[in-house]
Design a binder for this molecule. Structure first.
Ligand code: AGP
Length: 609
C-alpha cells in the first residue's frame, strides 16, 4: 500500500525520489506525487514545487518538468482510502499558501471531525483525503519551529500515520513521525533518506534507523536526530540491512513471481543455515526468548496470520501437533481480533507475517500483549513492526519478496514452523531418532525443490491446458488441505479464475454437486497414511466425469494428469507439494495475459484495515 520516500543532501532530488518510488511500486498504489524545495536565495524562504499524477510512477515522471531542480524533497505512492484515485487526492498535500507539504501513510480516524472544524474556521480543502487535515493543522500551528508545529498538529490527530513534512520556511530539514505506519531513516554521507520501506533505500545506503511508534525525527543533510512526540530525545543507533539492492532486481526473469519461485532452494537453505544442532537432533532458535522450562509450560499454541501467512500457519499448527504434541491451531488474525478472544496465560501466540506490517496481524499482537499474552513473531522483514512488537520469534530469511503474491516466503515460513515444531518436540517427547529423521528430511528439501523446479516445462503445458477453466476445485486431506487452500488462493489472486478449496473428506457433504467435466479438480495426494482415502475421493470425482490433476508422489490412475513430486518425511511433504502449484498458477495467469506481479485490487502490504 502507500509508500513514502524522501531525501535531503546535495544531489538532484527529483530523479532520486522517482527511482525510490519505483522501488515501492510493488506495494500497490493508484497515484503518485512529488514535492521539492526549490533553491532559496540567501536568507529567503524556499518555494515548494509539486507534481502529482493519477496512475503509475511513469505517469508522474512524464509530468515532471525539465527544470525541476532541488536537493530536498519528499514523494509518495497512494492507495486510495479517503477519496477516489485522482491527481487532487494524490499526495503530497499542501496548505493554501503552498508552504507546508505532507506525505502520509495510514489513516486519520477523526479526519471528518477535524475537517468540519477547519472548514468552520474558513479553511478551503482541495482534496477529499484525511491527510489534508494534517497539512492545515501544521500550517496553522502557532509554534516557532517545524518540529513543534508538527508535534502540535499530531496532538489533535487520532489514527495511524507515517508522515514526512517539508516547510518552505524551514527548508534545511525534513521532519518525519511514526505511529503505526513504518518510517525508516537511511543514513548516508552528508545526505539523509527516509522511506516507509527499506526497498527504497538500499540502493543508496544500508545504514538504517527504524523509528518506533510515537517517535519523530529531523533530517538535515549532514545530521539527524530522533525524539518522541512529547519532545524528549531518543537514542537511535543505525543498523545494517542485510538485503542488498540487487535482491530487488528481476535478475533476468520476466516477473518477480518467477524469480521468487525459482529462488526457493536457496531461500530454504538460508532458513536452515546455522540453526541445526546435530548433537542433540534439534535446532537452535535463540531469538524465541523462551527457555526450555517455559517451553515445557506451553499448553496450547495459537497461530495468527492473514492470507498466505495464515495458510502457512495452518501447516505450522499441524507440524507442532505432530512433532511436539502440543494442541495448536491457526486462525485469520483479521477475525481473531474482532471476537474478543479468551486469552489464556498458558497459550503461546505466534504471529506470522511476510511483511511484518499487516495491520490486522499487528493489531491482534497489540491486543494480545495488552492482555498479557506471550507472542512470538514468524516474520520475513527484519525490524518490521510485528517483529518489534513480539516478545521473540524467528526470521524466515526468504530475502525480499517483491511480487504481490507470496511464494518463497510461504515456503520458508512453513520450514520455519518445522524448525519450531522440532525444537518444541525435542524439549518434550520427540525421540532422538525422530528428531534426526526430521533434520535429514529438512536437509533434503533444497535439492528436492530443485527437482520440482526442473519440471517447469511440463507444469507449463498443464497450465495451458487448464487455463480455459471458469472455476477450479482444490482438495486435500489433513496435511494436504492447507496446501489446497494456498494453491487455490494463488490461482485466484493472479489468474482471477474462481477457485475453491475443500477438505477431500467434505466432498460428499456438498461440493460434489459441483463436479462435472467443466470443473477441474486439483487433488493433493501424498503417499502417507491417508493415501487410500485420497484415492477414494478421486474415484468419487471420476465417477461424476470430473477432470483431475493430482499432485502426488507417484502417478495416480484415476487422475487425468499427475505432477509427481519427490517424497520427503510425511510431516514435511506439504512444503514440497505447494511448489508445483505455484508454478501452475503462474503459468495459468501467464497464458491468460495477466499482470502477474501486480494483480488487480491487491497490495503487497495491507497496512490498513
Ligand atoms: C499472498 O499471496 C497474499 N497477497 C496475501 O494473502 C498476504 O499473504 C497477506 O496479505 C498477509 O501478508 P503478510 O504475510 O505480509 O502479513
Amino acid at each position: 500500500m502507500c509508500g513514502i520516500v524522501g531525501y535531503i543532501g546535495k544531489r538532484d532530488v527529483a530523479p532520486l525520489l522517482l527511482e525510490g518510488l519505483q522501488r515501492l511500486e510493488y506495494r500497490g498504489y493508484d497515484s503518485a506525487g512529488i514535492v521539492i524545495t526549490g533553491k532559496a536565495a540567501a536568507g529567503r524562504p524556499g518555494t515548494l514545487k509539486t507534481v502529482k499524477a493519477k496512475g503509475r510512477v511513469r505517469d508522474l515522471e512524464a509530468k515532471v518538468p525539465k527544470r525541476f531542480a532541488g536537493t530536498t524533497g519528499i514523494a509518495h505512492t497512494r492507495w486510495a482510502t479517503h477519496g477516489a484515485p485522482s491527481d487532487e487526492n494524490a499526495h503530497p498535500h499542501l496548505d493554501a499558501e503552498g508552504k507546508v507539504a505532507v506525505v502520509h501513510n495510514g489513516i486519520i480516524d477523526n479526519a471528518s471531525e477535524l475537517r468540519a472544524k477547519l472548514v468552520a474556521d474558513g479553511v478551503a480543502f482541495l482534496s477529499e483525503t484525511d491527510t489534508e487535515v494534517l497539512v492545515h493543522l501544521i500550517a496553522r500551528a502557532q509554534a516557532a519551529t517545524l518540529e513543534e508545529k508538527v508535534r502540535e498538529a499530531l496532538k489533535s490527530v487520532e489514527g495511524t500515520y507515517g508522515i514526512a513534512v517539508l516547510h518552505a520556511d524551514f527548508n534545511d530539514r525534513i521532519v518525519v513521525a511514526r505511529n503505526g505506519s513504518p518510517v525508516v531513516l537511511g543514513i548516508g554521507e552528508k545526505e539523509m533518506f527516509v522511506a516507509s520501506d527499506v526497498a527504497a533505500l538500499v540502493a543508496h545506503t544500508r545504514q538504517i534507523v527504524t523509528l518506533d511508534d510515537g517517535e519523530m525525527a529531523t533530517l538535515k543533510a549532514d545530521d539527524f536526530r530522533t525524539y518522541t512526540t512529547e519532545g524528549s530525545s531518543t537514542t537511535a543507533t543505525p543498523t545494517t540491512v542485510e538485503w542488498e539492492a540487487e535482491s530487488y532486481d528481476m535478475g533476468g526473469h520476466d516477473t518477480y513471481m518467477h524469480k521468487e519461485i525459482s529462488e526457493q532452494a536457496d531461500a530454504v537453505d538460508r532458513v536452515l543455515r546455522g540453526r541445526i544442532d546435530d548433537r542433540f537432533s534439534t535446532v537452535h532458535l535463540g531469538g524465541l526468548n523462551l527457555d526450555a522450562r517455559e517451553a515445557r509450560g506451553v499448553r496450547r499454541i495459537k497461530i495468527l496470520g492473514c492470507g498466505t501467512s495464515y495458510h502457512a500457519g495452518l501447516i505450522g499448527a499441524g507440524l507442532i501437533e505432530e512433532l511436539a504434541r502440543i494442541p495448536a491451531d491457526a486462525e485469520p488474525a483479521s477475525e481473531f481480533r474482532y471476537r474478543n478472544p479468551v486469552v489464556d496465560p498458558d497459550t503461546l501466540y505466534v504471529a506470522v507475517s511476510q511483511s511484518g506490517e499487516t495491520y490486522d496481524v499487528l493489531a491482534a499482537v497489540q491486543e494480545l500483549k495488552r492482555k498479557g499474552a506471550r507472542v512470538l513473531g514468524v516474520v520475513n522483514v527484519v525490524g518490521s513492526a510485528i517483529a518489534r512488537e513480539a516478545d521473540g520469534g524467528m526470521y524466515v530469511h526468504a530475502g525480499p519478496e517483491v511480487c504481490v503474491v507470496s511464494t518463497k516466503c510461504f515456503t520458508n515460513t512453513v520450514v520455519a514452523f518445522a524448525l519450531l515444531a522440532l525444537h518444541l518436540g525435542r524439549i518434550r517427547d520427540l525421540s532422538v531418532a525422530d528428531g534426526r529423521r526430521i533434520i535429514e528430511g529438512l536437509r533434503r528439501l533444497p535439492d528436492q525443490i530443485g527437482e520440482i523446479l526442473a519440471a517447469e516445462d511440463e507444469i507449463k503445458k498443464l497450465a495451458e491446458e487448464y487455463a480455459g477453466a471458469q472455476s477450479m476445485m482444490f482438495i486435500g486431506r489433513v496435511r494436504g488441505y492447507p496446501v489446497a487452500l494456498e494453491a487455490s488462493l494463488k490461482l485466484k489472486e493472479i489468474s482471477y479464475i474462481h477457485a475453491e478449496a475443500y477438505p477431500a473428506s467434505e466432498l460428499k457433504h456438498g461440493p460434489l454437486a459441483l463436479i462435472e467435466p467443466a470443473l477441474p479438480t486439483v487433488a493433493i495426494v501424498p503417499d502417507d497414511d491417508l493415501l487410500e482415502k485420497n484415492r477414494a475421493a478421486l474415484e468419487e470425482i471420476k465417477a461424476r466425469s470430473g477432470r483431475i490433476l493430482a499432485v502426488a508422489h507417484r502417478e495416480q490412475e484415476k487422475a487425468d494428469h499427475t505432477i509427481v513430486v519427490p517424497k520427503n518425511e510425511n510431516e514435511l511433504d506439504p512444503i514440497l507439494m505447494g511448489i508445483p502449484l505455484q508454478l501452475l498458477a503462474y503459468h495459468t495467469a501467464l497464458a491468460m495475459g495477466r499482470d502477474i506481479d501486480k494483480p488487480r485490487n491487491l497490495a503487497k502490504s495491507v497496512t490498513v484495515e
